[in-house]
Design a protein around this ligand. Structure first.
Ligand code: RB5
Length: 150
């Protein structure tokens, strides 16, 4: 699986930890930055990762900022994006089973690195359950289409 990953300064350390998990699973990744601890604006990095997933350049994306909230707001502006902010394991698992989340968002200032790595392991291995959830996702797509600005 090819995964886009990005963070702001508040998620940089966690991003590097997560990259080690992707390597552990032999997943390929594209790192969209940031690369230094200098303060940056999270929308700039959220946009790059969400665009990569939205346009099909990568299958999935992972974003990290301080709380995960800003990156979630940015990513969910993009068509075809189902970004899930998961700072614990149950949400990570359910975001795959029920929501087929294609972007995982983490709060670098909320959780520790070991939990973050376990969340990523869960999120990249749990499949979409499909079944009754397929129609629900179709309804989300319809809302996306109805609300799209021409
Ligand atoms: C940066 O200070 C912080 O605002 C950002 O990382 C994020 O938490 C925004 O939602």
């Amino acid at each position: 699986m090819l995964i886009a990953i990005g963070s702001d300064h508040a998620g940089l350390e966690m991003k590097m930890e997560i990259i080690s998990v992707l390597k552990e699973f032999s997943h390929e990744y594209v790192d969209y930055g940031t690369d230094t601890p200098q303060s940056v604006d999270y929308p700039d990095f959220g946009e790059k990762v969400a665009d990569a997933v939205s346009t099909g350049k990568t299958e999935r994306g992972i974003l990290i900022c301080g709380t995960g909230i800003g990156m979630s707001i940015v990513a969910n502006k993009f068509p075809n994006i189902r970004a899930a902010l998961c700072n614990e394991l149950f949400s990570a698992r359910m975001s795959r089973l029920h929501n087929d989340a294609n972007v995982l968002v983490l709060g670098g200032r909320i959780i520790g690195k070991d939990l973050a790595k376990e969340i990523v392991r869960t999120w990249i291995t749990v499949p979409f359950e499909a079944g009754r959830h397929v129609n629900r996702l179709k309804k989300i797509t319809l809302i996306e289409e109805k609300t799209a600005r021409k």
